[in-house]
Design a protein around this ligand. Structure first.
Ligand SMILES: Cc1cc2nc3c(=O)[nH]c(=O)nc-3n(C[C@H](O)[C@H](O)[C@H](O)COP(=O)(O)OP(=O)(O)OC[C@H]3O[C@@H](n4cnc5c(N)ncnc54)[C@H](O)[C@@H]3O)c2cc1C
Length: 594
């Protein structure tokens, strides 16, 4: 197997050295082939989806890239999917500017999927391992400064006598991970967050929340969770970890600092960013602006007739603090996805008199323990390191991502048939995505529409959580909610678990509506499924890659994505700071504004 991959690599290396693009293209399968590239050729996140597209990509990128030294890394593996057998192996190679890795998948002697990714810039390697700092100045030196003095001086200078190269707005996990990458790459960076302490974006959520993803999937760069860490992190523990990480990684983090506005001056290539830092106006002039303000950061609150007359409490799920105050009360939760289930269960645990969940459209439900069982890459004792697992995960082009997922969900539906049938019998409208491909494709397409079941489904099934499904809220009265089927439910509390808007809403708010529409929507693949209108985009809109607004970037996603793609974003920023040419191939068109 390894020899087959080596033979392919030798051939590929040789034709690329000779800039023989037609010959390179012939090394890919004719009927179906993909090349997903993270920066190494395209300085973009881009997938070529046919021989013709690979040809175009190479025609525009090969001369600048100068790839060489392709070699296999580790063992080759043989695997099987619905289309038959294929073999795969990790590879490494270099370009003129960077060291890179990848994954080759061959069917027969042709490449079916090639994945390539930059991992470090030549000459700007992170100071890790043998390159680490000495930390001490041995000998006797007059007036020497301690680590602490230098650290304080640096913190005091940045943003005053020295401008940051990068300003990250939003210091949740996304901003923090990117900050850590940039720190290691010696890119002067300030992270600002309006909350009081790093980690507060988790702490501020309702009391009983635990992460829905398991620990092996959630590691932060450079500093994995210790091996006693619980499988599902409680949110306050996660908050504390993020705060400690911020300190350990020596990030310059301005808490209680809200970004009020930002404007780009194209003539100087500089942003002017206005901040409210603990009540004082501060202006920064970074070269690059990253919005890490959260996919779950711009609450959508529907307006219903009569809502202003409601005499109880109404809030979005992001403002819900917990069920303690609602003992013996009637509570209505609008929505049926993750937050809605969590809030309903929390109210039930706190002895609310009645909890009603309002389900307008169907929801995907999958049990957390099943998610754990099927996540083979990120497991206790997995044969793959986190970095390798991230490469394997990223190596599947989004165009075909749903295929293995459909097969997987076929099995899940069988394993949990009894559970799903009881859930349906309770009146719950269930789906597995329009093409039955399950959770992750739905997450990529629309970032919503699912519940990872950590127990609330059983409460729905046994009627402890009352379900109003297939209806909408028609009207809100002073003490009740009226539904579209004419029924009415008493209410002291209404929680809108109705989701979040696209991240470019933040652009409209902080920069301008014009720039928001210029960059277009964030997230989504254009799969032409519900809430993800086409055309097909190949990659997630705007995330971690160049946008239509120079020097404006978006960072975010779940812990896994923020970990992996923060490296991509950090390398792009570092390259720009160092003046390395970064010709972008395949800058995405904008098809949807907000
Ligand atoms: C109930 C629930 C459960 C979840 N479970 C998981 C899970 O198990 N695993 C997982 O990976 N994800 C989970 N998520 C998704 C989770 O929201 C994101 O993964 C995570 O919060 C994203 O981090 P982020 O840094 O991108 O955004 P956020 O955590 O939302 O951080 C954004 C930050 O930006 C700051 N900010 C916004 N505007 C400004 C401004 N103008 N100036 C300064 N600061 C600003 C905010 O204060 C905030 O701290 C869950 C979400 C919810 C709602």
């Amino acid at each position: 197997m390894a020899e087959r991959i080596n033979a392919w690599l030798r051939e590929f290396d040789s034709v690329l050295q000779n800039e023989d693009i037609p010959a390179a293209v012939l090394l890919f399968q004719e009927e179906e082939c993909f090349w997903r590239d993270l920066l190494s050729f395209t300085w973009n996140i881009y997938t070529a989806e046919s021989r013709q597209e690979i040809r175009t990509m190479l025609e525009e990128t090969l001369t600048n890239t100068k790839p060489s030294n392709w070699s296999i890394q580790g063992e080759a593996e043989e695997l099987e999917d619905a289309e038959g057998l294929y073999i795969q192996a990790f590879v490494r190679f270099e370009t003129e500017k960077a060291r890179c890795r990848g994954l080759v998948k061959l069917r027969g002697d042709k490449c079916w999927c090639l994945f390539t990714t930059m991992v470090e810039l030549k000459g700007f390697e992170e100071p890790a391992g043998r390159r680490r700092e000495i930390g001490v100045q041995h000998g006797s030196v007059k007036g020497r400064k301690s680590w602490l003095q230098k650290r304080i001086e640096e913190e005091e200078a940045l943003g005053k006598s020295k401008q940051p190269y990068v300003l990250i707005v939003g210091g949740g996990q996304g901003g923090i991970m990117l900050g850590a990458r940039l720190r290691r790459l010696q890119v002067p960076t300030i992270i600002v967050d309006k909350r009081k302490r790093p980690g507060d974006s988790w702490r501020s959520r309702y009391k009983t929340l635990c992460l829905h993803d398991a620990v092996w999937y959630d590691h932060l760069p450079y500093l994995p969770f210790p091996d006693h860490w619980p499988v599902y992190s409680p949110k306050d523990k996660m908050g504390d970890w993020l705060e400690a990480y911020t300190k350990i990684m020596e990030l310059v983090y301005w808490s209680s600092t809200e970004c009020k506005s930002a404007a780009y001056d194209a003539s100087t290539g500089t942003w002017e960013v206005h901040l409210d830092k603990e009540g004082k106006d501060v202006v920064l002039y970074p070269k690059q602006l990253v919005l890490a303000t959260g996919m779950s950061g711009f609450p959508i609150v529907p307006t219903y007739p009569g809502s202003e007359s409601f005499q109880g409490t109404q809030c979005h799920s992001s403002e819900y603090k917990g069920g303690e105050g609602w003992v013996g009360k009637h509570c209505v939760v609008v929505g049926s996805n993750n937050s809605a289930h969590d809030v309903c269960a929390d109210l039930w645990e706190n002895d609310a008199a009645e909890v009603t969940m309002v389900q307008r459209t169907s929801t995907l439900v999958v049990k957390a323990e099943i998610m754990l069982k099927v996540n083979e890459l990120y497991q206790e004792g997995s044969k793959y390191s986190t970095e390798d697992a991230d490469i394997l995960f990223a190596s599947v082009p989004y165009r075909i991502f749903h295929r293995p997922s459909i097969l997987l969900y076929k099995k899940i539906k069988e394993w949990d048939a009894e559970f799903y049938s009881r859930l349906r019998e309770s009146g719950f409208m269930l789906d597995f995505g329009e093409d039955e491909s399950g959770l992750f494709p739905k997450y990529l397409r629309r970032g919503s529409g699912y519940y990872i079941d950590v127990g609330a489904s059983e409460l729905v099934i046994n009627g402890e959580i009352k379900l109003k499904s297939g209806v909408t809220v028609k009207e809100i009265r002073p003490n009740s909610v009226v539904f579209s089927d004419g029924t009415e439910t008493k209410a002291d509390l209404i929680v809108y678990a109705t989701g979040y808007g696209s991240m470019n809403e933040w652009v409209a708010k902080l920069i301008s509506e014009e720039v928001a529409d210029k960059v277009g929507k964030c997230w989504g693949l254009g799969s032409d499924t519900r809430k993800d209108p086409g055309p097909w985009e190949r990659e997630l809109r705007n995330m971690w890659k160049p946008t239509r607004q120079e020097a404006l970037w978006f960072q975010g996603g779940n812990l896994h994505q923020s970990r992996h793609y923060s490296l991509m974003l950090a390398l792009q920023l570092k390259a720009r700071m160092e003046g390395i040419p970064t010709p972008v191939f395949g800058l995405a068109e904008v098809h949807h504004t907000r």
